[in-house]
Design a protein around this ligand. Sequence first.
Ligand SMILES: C[S@@+](CC[C@H](N)C(=O)[O-])C[C@H]1O[C@@H](n2cnc3c(N)ncnc32)[C@H](O)[C@@H]1O
Length: 232
Amino acid sequence: MMEQEEAGRSAAAADKVFTFEDKNTEEKLVVSIPEVLDPQHGMHVWPSAVVLAQYLWTHRAELKGRTVLELGAGVGLPGVVAALCGAQVILSDSSDSPECLQNLRRSCRANGLHRVPVLGLTWGDVSPDLMALPELDVVLGSDVFYDPEDFEDVLVTFVCLLRKNPKAQFWSTYQVRSADWSLQVLLHRWDLSCVQVQLDEFGADKPELAGSGLPGSHSIQMMIISQEEGRG
Ligand SMILES: C[S@@+](CC[C@H](N)C(=O)[O-])C[C@H]1O[C@@H](n2cnc3c(N)ncnc32)[C@H](O)[C@@H]1O
């Protein structure tokens, strides 16, 4: 199975390298992500992912030992960065996308991460795998708010995870594709609150991060969603 995967990979995948640097401490993190030349959503790194990865890199001290789940991970750049920074990471994508789950395993192998679980978790699906997850500190989601039809399912998945740890936070970056889209009504319905994080607070207000040419000219924003105070 592994050999078949590798054969497929050499025909269709190319590694994209990201180098995160801290100019003050001269620390550096090099991450290699195999991307597949396929138009499907989860086969390459999206602009939002490199912004979220930059946030994780600049908050790496906070991540050490924390339990982190990435939703809709695609090729998993943010989750891989979190794992390399010392977090206990679980990567997930839709259980209907086995090729994405395969990509996630490749991304882990490419970075020497042999103990990161990869799960099929479909947003809004209260599956046994979702319910069996450990208490999480942080949920990651990069470009998971791209289709308004899915917005509530993504939030409901996070709300399920809050049952085990009501203090968990959802760190999410998204691409602004329509000025009409808003999460406000859904956040209110599910007793959630949201704080926007400015990109210049973590050095992500640039058209190129980690030497990758991303996020380019896309307008990316970041928010942290948590349970509204006084609830739970
Ligand atoms: C725009 S891509 C973003 C991928 C990755 N997070 C990134 O930023 O590079 C959206 C991802 O969400 C996943 N996805 C779409 N619908 C989903 C669902 N219902 N449940 C779980 N994952 C889903 C796709 O397979 C894809 O990997």
